[in-house]
Write a protein that binds this ligand. Structure first.
Ligand code: 5GP
Ligand code: 5GP
Ligand code: 5GP
Length: 205
C-alpha cells in the first residue's frame, strides 16, 4: 500500500575496510577528525529483497542531524567518512539515511541507534585476527577468511572485493545479514555477487 515503506525481507549490514577504500579510489581523504582507526567501519544498513533487488529513497522524513547530535562521537568513530573532500560525516550519514534508512521502517533515531548497536556487536577485525588473518598486505585464501568470519558471526557473510593498484583483488566490504528487526543476525537469503577470487589480499591502513 501507499503507506507501506518497510515491506523488505532483510537487511545487509555492510562494513568497509578503509585500506581497500583508499586503495580503490587511488585517493581518499581522512575525515576532519583525523585518520580513523585501522578497523572496519560502517558503510550502511540496507533493506533488501530476497531476489537481490532493494528499495531505495523511500518517501519520508529527510535527514535531521539535530536528532542524532548526541550520537555524533560514536558515529564519527565507527561510521567515519573517507571520501574527498574531508568531511565530518554528516554528508555520508545523510546519504545513507535518505537512500536506505527511509526504507527501513525505522525512524531516523532508531535507524542510527540500530546501526551503532550492530557495529558494537560485530567485531570483524578481531574475528579475523583470532584466526591469524592480519591486515598486513598479506594474501589469504577466501575460504580462510570466510571460515574465520562465519565462526565468529555464526552465519556466513557476503564478501566484496575490489582491486589494488596492481590489479590484485583485496577484501573491501563485508555484508552481514540481519532480520527486519534490525538486530537479529540471520543466514543470508541471497548474497551480493562475488567479486573476490580464491586468494585475496588484506591491505594495511
Ligand atoms: P556499487 O555499485 O558500488 O556496488 O554500489 C553502489 C551503492 O548501491 C551501494 O553503496 C549501496 O548504496 C547500493 N547497493 C549496491 N548493492 C546493493 C545491494 O545488494 N543491496 C542494497 N540494499 N543496496 C546495494
Ligand atoms: P552508496 O554507495 O552507499 O550509495 O553511497 C556512498 C556515498 O557516500 C557515495 O556518494 C560516497 O562518495 C559517499 N561516501 C562518503 N564517505 C564514504 C566512505 O567512507 N565510504 C563509502 N563507501 N562511501 C562514502
Ligand atoms: P571488478 O574488479 O571485478 O571489476 O570489481 C569488483 C568490485 O569492486 C565491483 O563490485 C565494483 O563495485 C568494485 N570496483 C572495482 N573497481 C572499481 C572502481 O574503479 N570504482 C568503483 N566505484 N568500484 C569498483
Amino acid at each position: 500500500g501507499i503507506s507501506c515503506q518497510s515491506d523488505f525481507d532483510f537487511f545487509y549490514f555492510v562494513q568497509q575496510w578503509p585500506g581497500s577504500y583508499c586503495d580503490l579510489k587511488q585517493k581518499c581523504c581522512y575525515p576532519v577528525t583525523g585518520k580513523p582507526a585501522a578497523d572496519f567501519s560502517i558503510h550502511g544498513l540496507w533493506p533488501n529483497y530476497n531476489d537481490g533487488s532493494y528499495p531505495s529513497n523511500c518517501a519520508g522524513s529527510s535527514y535531521d542531524s539535530t536528532g542524532i547530535s548526541d550520537l555524533k562521537d560514536q558515529l564519527q568513530r565507527y561510521w567515519d567518512t573517507l571520501s574527498c573532500p574531508s568531511g565530518d560525516g554528516d554528508k555520508f550519514w545523510s546519504h545513507e539515511w535518505e537512500k536506505h534508512g527511509t526504507c527501513s521502517g525505522l525512524d531516523q533515531r532508531a535507524y542510527f541507534e540500530s546501526v551503532l548497536r550492530l557495529r558494537n556487536s560485530i567485531d570483524l577485525l578481531s574475528a579475523l585476527q583470532s584466526s591469524g588473518i592480519e591486515a598486513d598486505g598479506g594474501t589469504y585464501t577466501l575460504e580462510a577468511i570466510e571460515k574465520a568470519l562465519t565462526q565468529a558471526i555464526g552465519h556466513k557473510p557476503g564478501l566484496e572485493c575490489n582491486r589494488d593498484v596492481d590489479g590484485q583483488r583485496q577484501l573491501y566490504q563485508v555484508y552481514v545479514c540481519i532480520d527486519t528487526d534490525a538486530s537479529t543476525l540471520i543466514d543470508c537469503p541471497v548474497y551480493p555477487s562475488s567479486s573476490c577470487s580464491s586468494t585475496i589480499s588484506f591491505p594495511s591502513f
